[in-house]
Write a protein that binds this ligand. Structure first.
Ligand code: FAD
Length: 470
């Protein structure tokens, strides 16, 4: 785009992308490389939630906390992380997080610049077909026949537990722990809450997790939930499932469960009870873009919304709210906008929880298969005899596969153990390629490695275990 003009006879650009998170910036890059003149509007920071207050700083915190607790890889950078005689050196952790985020954000800006994408800083909304209004630093009107909405999601709160940004915080503030350790209540036993619970306990906090439903990770397989529950409790974390938060008096959180009511003293409260799509205030009604009852923008497999020339991707649409899903859908939307015939219909999207043990899942769980009426066999093996796991001094784990009865088609897998996030991709590829359990069993995997558990579990499924008994 040579310049952004006020709305006139010819459009200012071919495509406007609203939101510069992993979905939006990746879409902008692919669209520009496909020859479109692209404007990207971002109201906060390039990289979105994932890079600035989600995936990246949280994993940096988790790693730093593991080092403080005596796990993880030491390096010179980390030498001072456990301050002599005191709590963790939170200033060093913060600068470690900021350094990584800063480098990656600069990389995104450079890529966009190199691809010729015009980045506008401000809040964008739609004001009729082809009309985009930007308010803020780069306020202006932009015309473009196509738009991709990638405005993401925001954390939701609890009415009984309003955030004050100091003692009661959401996930963004929780990324930067206070210098003094104390008692922390983590409200929400989903993956975000559990990653914080794991990191904070490593940093020396007394952690209590409160979950309304009767188990942790309610959307994941029970086997994985049990693995992380056991680990957290063995590290001194109190886990209260089936427990509802009723209020907070400034020093203690009120809770109730089947036994009655109680209070939990808390120096810090982290609220991680879910996220909601950011589809409000975008002018969707001016362009005929529909949302479902939960506010997610509805799309077809090509990421087309009900508005002409308008696509939507990432957390603002239904589906796994994960950065890699947003990026993959972003590429599809960009290529469709560029005139190509593409759909986003992955056979399975993996998810990783960065606790100890690490958890990784892809495809159907046994329960999901049952709910869909698909007859399956479920096979599981432990990692306690896995040679690589032992050489790492790790404490076991588990690998489970879900296989279609009769056909042997691999439908899903759930893993718990060291580094399983790095091997779940193998299973995502297998499911995407329509692999059978036999395909998995004949794939030669390196020794010693955690990935060998895939050979063990697939051979066990074929009734011919390598190390286990028949
Ligand atoms: P976002 O990343 O939310 O980006 C949307 C962008 O749009 C934002 O930058 C926002 O400022 C901008 N925006 C919104 N409205 C407007 C507007 N009107 N005009 C202009 N700009 C606008 N996912 C993983 O895959 N792995 C993880 O390990 C992981 N860890 C997480 C940890 C935490 C603590 C959290 C909170 C999330 C985590 N996630 C993780 C989820 C991941 O961050 C999201 O799935 C991902 O960021 C979604 O990408 P997106 O592009 O759809 O939206």
């Amino acid at each position: 785009m040579s310049e952004v003009r006020r709305a006139g006879s010819s459009p200012d650009a071919d495509l406007v992308v609203l939101g510069g998170g992993p979905g939006g910036y990746v879409a902008a890059l692919h669209a520009a490389r496909a020859g479109l003149d692209v404007v990207l509007v971002e109201e906060s920071a390039l990289g979105g939630v994932c890079l600035n207050e989600g995936c990246i700083p949280s994993k940096a915190l988790i790693h730093a906390a593991e080092v403080v607790a005596g796990h993880g890889t030491q390096s010179t950078w980390f030498d001072n992380l456990a301050a002599a005689g005191g709590g963790p050196d939170v200033a060093s952790i913060r600068s470690w997080q900021d350094d990584i985020v800063g480098r990656l954000r600069a990389g995104v800006a450079q890529l966009l610049d190199g691809a010729g994408v015009t980045v506008l800083s401000g809040q964008g909304s739609l004001d009729g077909p082809g009309q985009i209004v930007v308010t803020g630093t780069d306020a202006r009107e932009v015309t473009a026949p196509q738009q991709i909405i990638a405005t993401g999601s925001a954390g939701i709160g609890l009415e009984v537990l309003p955030l004050d940004g100091q003692r009661v915080v959401g996930s963004a503030a929780a990324l930067h722990p206070p210098a003094d350790t104390g008692a922390v209540v983590v409200v929400g036993g989903g993956y975000i809450g559990l990653e914080f619970a794991s990191a904070y306990t490593d940093l020396g906090w007394q952690v209590t997790v409160v979950e309304r439903l009767d188990r942790l990770l309610p959307t994941m397989d029970e086997r994985l939930a049990r693995a992380v529950h056991q680990d957290l409790t063995s590290r001194g974390v109190t886990v209260r499932c089936g427990t509802t938060v009723t209020g907070d008096d400034g020093t203690a959180v009120g809770i109730s469960d089947s036994e009655g009511t109680d209070t939990l003293e808390a120096d810090l409260v982290i609220v991680a009870v879910g996220r909601a799509p950011r589809s409000g205030g975008l002018g969707l009604d001016t362009v005929g873009v529909e949302t479902d009852e939960r506010g997610f923008i509805t799309v077809d497999p090509s990421r087309r919304t009900t508005g002409t020339g308008i696509y939507a991707i990432g957390d603002v649409t239904a589906g796994p709210a994960l950065a890699h899903a947003a990026m993959a859908a972003g590429r599809v939307a960009a290529l469709v906008a560029a005139g190509l015939d593409r759909t986003y219909e992955p056979a399975a999207v993996p998810a990783v929880v960065y606790t100890r043990p690490e958890l990784a899942t892809v495809g159907l769980t046994p329960k999901e298969a049952e709910a869909r009426g698909i007859p399956v066999e479920v096979h599981a093996v432990g990692l306690s005899a896995n040679a690589r796991s032992l050489t790492l001094g790790a404490a076991g784990g588990t690998a489970q596969i879900v296989v279609a009865t009769g056909r042997g088609l691999l439908l899903g897998a759930q893993l718990a153990g060291p580094g399983v996030g790095e091997i779940i991709g193998t299973l995502a590829l297998a499911i995407e390629m329509g692999a059978t359990v036999e395909d998995l069993a004949v794939t030669v995997l390196p020794h010693p490695s955690i990935s060998e558990v895939l050979t063990e579990v697939s051979l066990a499924a074929l009734g011919d275990p390598r190390h286990g008994r028949r």
